[in-house]
Design a protein around this ligand. Structure first.
Ligand code: CP
Length: 333
């Protein structure tokens, strides 16, 4: 069955001794873009993540191998998928330095051939690459599910699932809520998360990017299509006062378009009007919940970490259960 440009397959979970409700619909074969998900997909992933957090034992996957191919640097996504793989009883394989693979710039084995080969040695591939569409290229020849763990400026769909899961946890529901986006609005996390907001019914989206940025046209057209009201503000204080949650991002995300071998360092000095500090939270008496896919630089001061507003490390804790849910559904489809 085709769904958009993605194949869907029948799936049944059979896990003796495990309380994992069988989803009423089909699981995706690959995870390439957040726009492939239905509301049922998102709900199923969240429920399954809840089950894993509650300690339910997953189906035995001890003969399964998940290949982690990180052509760009990563802390959370790479170790998050590795931790999820281990927690499922499966095994993570991969190279610590993808420049040592044959798919480096010097040797130049294509991503298509890389996927065709590696997918015959493992049961799923998780890939991060600087090139938009890299995961889709690998999916076109892979014999196993491919998960896009960030493809350049394009998308980061599993981060979006994590963000929705953490927002639902913090707010109960996003329905009728005001959600702000701080920092660079051009990043792949904003693009992917925007796709999932169509299911969540927020009252409005409030952009608070530094002056130099336009909101990407495709992000604006997605919001228009989903009929979510939006506005732009130029001081984070207003978001702290007026919004229920703020999804922060670094001041400049341009490193995500660089190859892993690049020495490029993005500027990280966030203008004062766009930084969140404990003093601002206290002065505005803000109860807005603070989220961030991380890594952070100076856009959220470390002094905020101890405040009840801070959700970003809880977001990381929850990410493991969401990644378990994603891997479990793909490996048992
Ligand atoms: N949020 C995120 O993608 O972090 P990493 O770059 O560390 O994987």
């Amino acid at each position: 069955m085709a769904f958009g440009s993605f194949e869907y397959f029948d799936k049944s979970i059979s896990a003796p001794g495990v309380r994992l409700d069988e989803p009423a619909h089909r699981a995706p074969r690959h995870i390439l873009s957040a726009n492939q998900f239905t509301i049922d997909d998102v709900d199923d992933f969240c429920h399954l993540a809840d089950d894993f957090e509650a300690g339910f034992v997953p189906t035995q996957l001890n003969r399964r191998a998940v290949a982690l191919l990180f052509f760009q640097s990563s802390t959370r996504t790479r170790l998050g998928f590795e931790a999820a793989t281990v927690a499922l009883g499966a095994h993570a394989i991969g190279m610590d330095d993808m420049s040592a693979s044959r798919s480096n710039a010097k040797i130049g084995e294509t991503l298509e051939d890389c996927a065709a080969v590696i997918s015959r040695l493992c049961d799923a591939i998780v890939v991060r690459h600087h090139e938009p569409g890299a995961a889709a290229r690998m999916a076109s020849t892979a014999d196993a599910p491919v998960i896009n763990a960030g493809d350049g400026w394009n998308e980061h769909p599993t981060q979006a699932l994590i963000d929705i899961y953490a927002l639902r946890r913090g707010l109960g529901s996003l329905r009728g809520k005001s959600l702000a986006f701080g920092g660079d609005p051009r990043g792949r996390v904003v693009r992917s998360l925007m796709q999932l907001l169509r299911f969540e019914g927020p009252r409005e989206i409030v952009f608070c990017p530094p002056d130099k940025y336009d909101i990407p046209a495709d992000v604006l057209s997605a919001i228009a299509e989903f009929q979510i009201p939006h506005r732009r503000i130029s001081n984070i204080d207003r978001a702290l006062i007026e919004c229920d949650a703020i999804m922060m991002a670094p001041y400049d995300m341009s490193a995500i378009g660089e190859p892993g071998s690049s020495n490029y360092v993005a500027p990280h000095e966030t203008p004062e009007a766009y930084t969140i500090t404990p003093e601002k939270i206290e002065r505005t008496r803000s109860t807005a919940l603070l989220y961030h896919p991380l890594p952070r630089f100076d856009e959220i001061a470390p002094g905020c970490d101890r405040l009840p507003n801070a959700m970003y490390f809880e977001q990381v804790r929850l990410s493991k259960f969401m990644r378990m849910a994603v891997l479990h559904r793909l490996l048992t489809r």
